[in-house]
Design a protein around this ligand. Structure first.
Ligand SMILES: [Zn+2]
Length: 356
């Protein structure tokens, strides 16, 4: 990253970021130790609803606990992280450190995923509202430098009934920065069609709707998220490229695709030897934003993702993607104008116009 790079100092908008996947590695190890949980998880074979059980595994490097080899192992780490967070004060610490890290990178606005149904799956005793209060109490301390909103995840793997329960609970927490719902989890085994009712409910409650799609499954999954769930933005969406009609649908309706370059490489959704699919999505008129996904687990950061994109696609493209993110966010129009002014000022300072 050169001194003239935009990525390091430009104001950042983070639209696709899992709060739990932002836990610092050192805090993960500390919390896991405190609660006596291992740094890896292994699902029992056989039973489908599958309590996770611990199994002796290869020793985990405690100074680098987020190293994994494939998507499956990533999920086991995410599970272990979720299990290490057991009480509202653990979530408060997570949010406090998240804010510190975000401000250090000049993040000015974020819409964060949280996964309450995962929290209570691993820790049934957890009070969700109290935990949300603990998180939001810390997120609000970022003001006036940054504003953070929440998009709780309905989590495909727990099925339609759980999704509806979560949607109902979250509709009652708009006082806690909840502005919408999202859909993550196993896109192949739990299709969008299962979640039509919870999303219709959420929309009727005035909540925004977003969904991960086109990451593990193909273009049809992206179309379903848009047409059946009313998704206003798509997480990843890179496999939309398998069907030009779906790319066109995204471009025409200005439905942003939240691109997470390192995540896609590490989970195998995007092949390392080819240009990342966002280049083609951008070229085909899609609204591309740049995001970190589960930044610490992927051993990256939003600043690092911006830098990767600047190195590959150039400063103009990066600037365009940040502008896209401002417009694709659910911030009120006035806040968008303020963010754009901040971006304009930073760009003018960082990239002075050449003298004539
Ligand atoms: Zn994600």
């Amino acid at each position: 990253m050169g001194a003239n790079s935009l990525a390091a100092r430009i104001p950042k908008i983070h639209l696709h970021c899992h709060l739990e996947g932002s836990l610092r590695a050192s805090s993960f190890v500390e919390l896991a130790d405190r609660h006596g949980v291992p740094l890896r998880y292994h699902p029992t074979s056989g039973s489908a609803d599958a309590a996770f059980v611990d199994e002796p595994a290869e020793p985990v490097d405690r100074s680098d606990p987020y190293r994994f080899k494939d998507f499956e192992e990533f999920l086991l780490i995410f599970a272990a992280v979720s299990r290490s967070l057991q009480a509202p004060q653990d979530y408060a610490r997570l949010a406090r450190e998240f804010v510190e890290d975000a401000l250090a990178q000049n993040v000015i606005y974020g819409e964060l995923f949280v996964s309450p149904s995962v929290w209570t799956f691993f820790n049934p005793q957890l009070d969700v509202r109290e935990t949300m209060e603990a998180v939001v109490g810390e997120l609000r301390k970022a003001r006036p430098h940054a504003e953070f909103k929440l998009l709780p995840d309905l989590t495909r793997n727990f099925g339609a009934r759980s999704a509806m329960e979560t949607a109902r609970a979250m509709a009652g927490m708009t006082d806690l920065e909840v502005i919408g719902v999202s859909l993550g989890g196993d896109e192949i085994r739990f299709a969008a069609s299962l979640f039509v009712d919870p999303f219709a409910y959420a929309r009727a409650q005035g909540l925004h709707c977003v969904a991960h799609a086109g990451e593990a499954a193909g273009a049809a999954s992206v179309r379903d998220a848009v047409e059946q769930l009313g998704a206003e933005r798509i997480g990843h969406g890179i496999r939309a490229l398998e069907d030009p009609a779906v790319v066109e649908l995204l471009a025409e309706r200005r439905i942003a695709v939240e691109i997470c370059p390192s995540s896609n490489r590490l989970t195998g959704s995007a092949l390392p030897d080819n240009p990342h699919p966002y280049i083609d999505l951008d070229r085909n008129g899609c609204v591309v934003t740049i995001d970190g996904d589960d930044p610490t687990i992927f051993r990256t950061s939003i600043a690092q993702e911006y830098a990767l994109v600047e190195a590959v696609a150039g400063a103009d493209a990066l600037e365009r993607f940040v502008r896209n993110a401002i417009h694709a966010s659910f911030a009120p129009a006035e806040a968008k104008r303020a963010m754009e002014a901040q971006l304009d000022a930073a760009v003018a300072e960082l990239r002075p116009a050449p003298r004539s």
